[in-house]
Structure formats: structure tokens, C-alpha cells
Design a protein around this ligand. Structure first.
Ligand code: TRP
Ligand code: SF4
Length: 400
């Protein structure tokens, strides 16, 4: 059995905020207990839009990785690395660029959107057009099955699937493919071979999805197949070539409802954030000065929590009893807004305490982060090499 890999990346934006924690990092932390996970800093992706502002990338990378660690991403469970230090990604990107249709890249929705949104920048560059292809290389080079991302990144994962399919179609049919596949079927043993063949016909002639599922399950359980035969049989089942690159699936992060200080989604561009490791004094000040229901001008004016951004933070940080207390107190003017805010302040500070604690040793000794990333880059490089050997050979670049 192959352990299904999880891979995700983040551009190096520097210190993260609580929106990142609730929207992305909690998810990573959960996944690292279930799958082998690879998490990386997408510093080349940062260059596609910030090629004119490169000084901050190193510092931002360091800060961001500390925040990952502070949140509980565990380097003994997950592989943490930096994209630019695993240059195999660039080689795969180049090779994929030979067969990726220009029209596929031009119609990825983020291409035009971002060019319009960042109109003060010239994004009519080769690198920016290639953004999704570089992302495809990031994913495919590890044969990752699951890619935890937000909604905005789904088109990139879909694009990656198309690239993998095209690649397998173009390069997965080695000479003597049919014969090699038939030989591999025999190695399943007569009973399994018969079942495999039936399922294959059923899928290919009738498009029966359950037959495909059953066929895959059969292969997953089959012992003593070589890696090459296994890939061949997965591909043969579907009617394509050998599966060299694996089609990944987006693992949709549940839309983060993490509200910012003004009730909009927490985001750096809205200036409504609380940093992951924000000083408690500053947390207190930010929340105390948050806007509330404008109807509560004076202490004895009753309010409506549904019109108040503080109430949204109660949804994240308060238990039911506290929420009932706040709602009751608000609508009857039984409590003041500062009173109402106190449990939220306490909740945020309580959540952050272990993060400060975990971050401290990395702040005291920066070589720890350096070593974690060095280890991670080395591990990632080895996995990337495995795929690149197959890719090179498939594209006619094997050793002669
Ligand atoms: N494009 C992603 C983002 O902006 C970052 C990223 C780069 C990524 N490569 C990836 C995410 C591979 C998942 C998998 O958030
Ligand atoms: Fe908002 Fe609480 Fe004030 Fe009501 S009492 S307006 S919910 S801060």
C-alpha cells in the first residue's frame, strides 16, 4: 500500500495572522496526524508577482516558518521545506512547459483576475503566466494525492489534473505497452487477473465508475507487484498509458469564517488582523477599540449582536453559556460593550499562549529553523528525484 501524500504551499508573506491559523494551519495540523505531509514556502511563486521587491523574501520565509511551528506544525511529522531549495521543481516546470498548451494557461481564472487586481504592476510576464504550471510541478513532483487549499486555488489543482492526464497520455505509452500490461495482469494471479480484466472491460465499455473503484482497490491490495507494473496496471485499467504523474485532488479547507476586527474576513489587505503572535497588550487594545453595534451609543441603549463584529468573534472564541450571556446582556443593555469584549480578549490570548511558548526556542536559536528546513529540503529532494527519474526517462531524456 502507498501512503497517500498531502502537499501544500504558502507564499512567504511574513508573520501570519489568526485568519491563517483558523483557515489553513489548523487543517495542516490535523492532516499531519493522518498522512505523510509536505509543506513548503513558495518563494518562487512570490517572485512571479513581486519580482521587483526581493529583499524581504528571506526574512519573510523565516518569520512564516516560525509561525507554522508556533501553531503546532510538527517537523518530526511533516516535511517542511523551501521551494527554491529543491530545484527539481524548476526542472519539472521546464519539462511540463514543453507540453502545456498556452490556451490552458491563459484561461486559468486567476491569470486575468490578478492582472486586473494588481494593475499597478506589470504582470504580462512569462513567469506570471506560468504560475499555475509551477504550482502543478510542485504538486506532481511528489505524486501528492491531496492538496489542502482554499476555494481560490481550486482552478490550479484542476489545471494540475489536466496536465498530469496529458502527460500520462503523451508519455505513458512506452514501446510494447500493451504486451507489458498483459504480462503484468498475469502477475496478479489467475483469480485476480480475471476480476481485473472484467472490471477493466466494464469500466471502459460502460463507463461504470464503481468498476473503476473496485479495480483500483484490487490493485491497491495486490502484493508483490513491482512499482512499474503497478503504475502500468493503474493506467491500463483506465485506458490511458502508465500513470507516471498522479492526479491530485483539492482538499477544500472549510471556508474560514474567521472574522477580522471590522467584521469583514480577516485579511492583511483590509488591515483588520490580529497577528498569530501579537503582543497581549496589543490584542487587548485592538479588541477594546473594535467597532460594535452603532445603535449602542450609550451604555443603556440595547444592541443587536447580529450587527456587531464582536459577536462574530464570540462565535469563534466563546462557549455557549458565554454567548447566551453576551446576547442577553446586549439586547437588554444589561452589560456594556467592554464587558462583552472581555471573554473574547481572554479567548484570543488563551489561544495564543501555547504559540508564544512553542515559538520561543526558535526565536532564541535561529539555527533550529535553519536545520529543520535543511532536513526538509533534503527529504523533499529525494522524493522529487524519484519522480524526476521516471519523468526524464518518459520524455526521452534517460541515460543512454
Ligand atoms: N498558489 C498558492 C497560494 O497562493 C501557493 C502554492 C504554490 C501552492 N504551490 C502550491 C499551494 C502547491 C498548494 C500546492 O496560496
Ligand atoms: Fe457587540 Fe457585545 Fe456591544 Fe452587543 S454588547 S454591541 S454584542 S460588543
Amino acid at each position: 500500500m502507498f501512503a497517500e501524500r498531502v502537499l501544500s504551499g504558502m507564499r512567504p508573506t511574513g508573520a501570519l495572522h489568526l485568519g491563517h491559523y483558523h483557515g489553513v494551519l489548523k487543517n495542516w495540523i490535523r492532516l499531519q496526524n493522518e498522512f505523510p505531509c509536505l509543506f513548503f514556502v513558495a518563494d518562487w511563486h512570490a517572485l512571479t508577482t513581486h519580482y521587483d521587491d526581493v529583499q524581504v523574501i528571506g526574512a519573510n520565509t523565516h518569520e512564516m516558518v516560525i509561525d507554522w511551528l508556533a501553531s503546532g506544525v510538527d517537523p518530526s511529522q511533516s516535511t517542511l521545506f523551501v521551494q527554491s531549495r529543491v530545484p527539481q521543481h524548476a526542472e519539472l516546470h521546464l519539462l511540463l512547459s514543453m507540453m502545456a498548451p498556452l490556451s490552458w494557461l491563459e484561461r486559468v481564472p486567476t491569470y486575468k483576475d490578478q492582472q486586473e487586481r494588481l494593475s499597478e504592476k506589470d504582470l504580462t510576464t512569462y513567469g506570471f503566466l506560468g504560475y499555475p504550471l509551477l504550482q502543478a510541478a510542485d504538486i506532481l513532483i511528489y505524486r501528492a494525492e491531496h492538496v489542502p487549499v482554499g476555494e481560490d486555488q481550486v482552478p490550479h489543482v484542476e489545471f494540475t489534473r489536466e496536465v498530469a492526464r496529458r502527460f500520462n497520455h503523451l508519455y505513458g505509452k512506452e514501446p510494447g505497452y500493451e504486451q507489458k500490461a498483459q504480462d503484468a495482469v498475469k502477475k496478479l494471479g489467475s483469480k485476480r487477473a480475471k476480476l481485473y480484466t472484467e472490471l477493466r472491460v466494464k469500466y471502459q465499455e460502460q463507463g461504470a465508475a464503481d468498476a473503476l473503484e473496485a479495480g483500483r482497490a484490487l490493485l491497491a491490495e495486490a502484493q508483490n507487484l513491482s512499482m512499474g507494473d503497478r503504475e502500468r496496471l493503474f493506467g491500463y485499467l483506465e485506458g490511458g498509458g502508465k500513470i507516471i504523474l498522479v492526479e491530485p485532488k483539492a482538499l477544500l479547507t472549510e471556508a474560514s469564517r474567521m472574522p477580522g476586527l471590522d467584521g469583514q474576513k480577516m485579511s492583511k489587505s483590509y488591515g483588520n488582523t490580529i497577528a498569530l503572535r501579537e503582543d497581549p497588550k496589543s490584542v487587548e487594545k485592538k479588541i477594546r477599540t473594535m467597532p460594535t453595534d452603532p445603535a449602542r451609543v450609550r451604555r443603556h441603549d440595547p444592541g443587536n449582536p447580529d450587527k456587531c463584529p464582536v459577536w462574530q468573534l464570540h462565535q469563534v472564541y466563546s462557549d455557549e453559556a458565554t454567548r447566551a450571556w453576551a446576547r442577553q446582556g446586549c439586547t437588554t443593555a444589561g452589560i456594556g460593550c467592554l464587558e462583552c469584549k472581555q471573554p473574547v480578549i481572554d479567548g484570543v490570548i488563551r489561544e495564543q499562549a501555547p504559540m508564544f511558548e512553542r515559538a520561543q526556542k526558535y526565536l532564541d536559536d535561529p539555527t533550529l529553523v535553519k536545520n529543520i528546513l535543511e532536513d526538509g529540503c533534503e527529504k523533499a529532494g529525494k522524493l522529487a528525484d524519484e519522480t524526476m527519474r521516471d519523468v526524464r526517462a518518459a520524455m526521452g531524456l534517460g541515460e543512454t
